[in-house]
Design a protein around this ligand. Structure first.
Ligand code: GAP
Length: 546
């Protein structure tokens, strides 16, 4: 029998679908699905799920594993476990600003490092840059942000909530509650934060990292001795005075971007092999015809002309691959082309890598073709020659940015958290199945009981592994409680010190995802551990299974 239950967490109501099942002579209750925050929404979802169950779309056993937390539940979870806090919470909070806690900062650093290694270290055609946050005001005049980087502030006639929409959406989109926005009170809202430099010089906090790449383009090209095609990558803070910051980390006023500007000789084709990746493809044509996205190999999408440029196909597949390699659930991704009416002022074509968040398909990463718009504008405004000499044609050319993969760190953080969150029926607790490279804590060292010899061995191992990784030492509570504490924060391995460690120099490693255990010699640990973190060996091949 299935039924709806209401749970109240921190004063807010959440609705779930529960099921009673007879197991032997006992009736057990388990949660099958999250249904939403109000009764009406819950009843609607309830009917949809019953329909899917009848059609066997949802398999009995795996149903809970597939369920995502709502964004509010993720917020609560992140706060409780020390990943993310509302900024200035002791003063009532500050909308759109977030602080990363002791685990959040590690996860964030790990994903930024992984992005940097994949895009900069492991490629010969990309170099890095770290530009300033407060920038010369003329940059933003040249880039078009001062004149065009605005949203429309609108108020819903029905529920009176304010929201932001794009200028072209006025009269076309409705509020979440179904009400119409009041067109009379709609007003333009500048998204850049102003600041004062020195006594009275007005400047801006950058709303994207990209412009610093353009203004430094020539210097990087000369000094790093790059040759076209090549890219410049940057990770750093950006600031937007969002009218309606919402959905936890999804829309913030202060956030980080991982951006690449990829420069080519005008018309140059892509010399790289396009990764063999299949994904849901949602072209502007399909959207205009009100059709559903189609699953395609990205190479085929290029061959069939759905994706126009080889460079776009290459970067879309490459970016998707990065997520895939770090264990993201590929079913939650799709690529969507911007319709003509949504293209930014600088872009001739743009595809977004979208993720299926609990509140719908949303932009995760934008990959725009910016052409030579930016270099051209900076040439005009700075009166400096930003062209480079082309050895082949013996002429000066202004390179084009054929693709600008631009990814938000906070949205990426959410993706990995949502995809890692998993409820384990057998263990009766949840497990954060993060890729070991992303896990905030790589291992917990657990002396089985409080004994001087065990603790001495444990501390030695801790000091050794701490040189390279973030390792926790935990000697309080039962071993089962310590395992589940570490499962919940995504620690991939627990290392137990016991009698065998004292007598035979052996330790036990427990795998978070399978709960399997192996025994290995202490002097082999560092080497084996490195391979496990990098997923170079299977856990069951790393030692003697016990
Ligand atoms: N340089 C191009 C650019 O900034 P964008 O689509 O405005 O393009 C790129 O932003 C990415 O930055 C987005 O796909 C998203 O991941 C992230 N982003 C943008 N605004 C954000 C916000 N208010 N909060 C969190 N992330 C944001």
């Amino acid at each position: 029998m299935v039924f709806i239950v209401k749970k109240t967490i921190n004063g807010k109501d959440y609705y779930y679908l529960n099921e009673n099942k007879r197991e032997g002579d006992k009736v057990k209750t388990k949660t099958i699905a999250y249904l939403g925050k109000n009764k009406k929404e819950a009843e609607k979802k309830f009917k949809e799920i019953l329909k899917m169950k009848k059609e066997n779309v949802i398999e009995e056993k795996s149903s809970l594993e597939k369920i995502k937390l709502s964004i509010e539940e993720m917020n609560i979870f992140c706060k409780k476990k020390g990943f993310v806090y509302q900024s200035g919470e002791i003063y009532g909070g500050f909308a759109g600003f977030w602080d990363f806690g002791h685990l959040g900062v590690e996860l964030k650093n790990n994903l930024k490092n992984s992005w940097w290694k994949f895009h900069v270290f492991q490629r010969k055609d990309l170099v890095g840059l770290d530009g300033s946050i407060i920038t010369h005001p003329k940059i933003w005049k040249a880039s078009g942000h001062i004149d065009s980087f605005n949203d429309l502030f609108v108020v819903c006639k029905k529920c009176k909530k304010s929201n932001k929409i794009d200028k072209n959406e006025l009269g076309k989109v409705k509020c979440e509650c179904g009400g119409n926005y009041d067109e009379k009170t709609a007003k333009e809202f500048k998204l850049m934060f102003k600041t004062i430099v020195g006594e009275n010089e007005e400047s801006f906090l950058r709303p994207e990292t990209a412009q610093l790449i353009f203004t430094n383009f020539k210097a990087v090209y000369d000094n790093a001795r790059m040759k076209l095609p090549f890219g410049i990558a940057q990770i750093g803070k950006s600031f937007r005075n969002e009218i309606a910051p919402r959905d936890f980390l999804f829309r913030c006023r202060e956030f980080e971007q991982m951006e690449i500007e990829y420069f080519i000789k005008p018309g140059e084709s892509c010399p790289y092999e396009i990764p063999d990746e299949e994904i849901l493809v949602y072209s502007s044509e399909l959207q205009e015809k009100n059709k559903e996205p189609i699953k395609m190999n990205i190479k085929d999408a290029l061959k069939k002309g759905v994706i126009k440029k080889d460079w776009h196909a290459y970067w879309l597949a490459t970016e998707f691959l990065w997520f895939k390699k770090l264990g993201a659930n590929t079913e939650n991704f799709r690529i969507r082309q911007h319709r003509k009416d949504e293209l930014a002022h600088y872009s001739s074509d743009c595809w977004d890598l979208e993720y299926h968040f609990p509140f719908g398909w949303k932009e995760l990463e934008g990959i725009a073709d910016r052409g030579n718009y930016d270099l051209n504008q900076h040439e005009i405004f700075s009166k400096k020659d930003l062209k480079i000499f082309d050895e082949e044609t013996k002429t000066k050319i202004l390179p084009e940015v054929v693709c600008e993969p631009s990814l938000g760190v906070e949205r990426t953080f959410l993706v990995f958290m949502f995809d890692a969150y998993y409820y384990d029926e057998k263990r009766k607790n949840f497990v954060l199945k993060l890729h070991p490279k992303l896990s905030p804590v790589k291992a917990a060292i657990l002396p089985l009981v409080k004994r001087n010899d065990f603790e001495k061995i444990a501390k030695n191992i801790l000091n050794d592994l701490n040189e390279e990784w973030n390792i926790f030492y935990d000697n309080s509570g039962s071993i089962g409680r310590r395992y589940s504490r570490n499962d919940e924060i995504g620690t991939p391995y627990c290392i137990t010190i016991d009698e065998d460690s004292s007598n035979k120099n052996e330790i036990t490693i427990r795998d978070r995802d399978t709960t399997k255990q192996i025994k290995i010699k202490i002097n082999e640990l560092k080497n084996i551990f490195r391979k496990l973190i990098n997923k170079e060996i299977e856990f069951s091949d790393a030692g003697k299974i016990i």
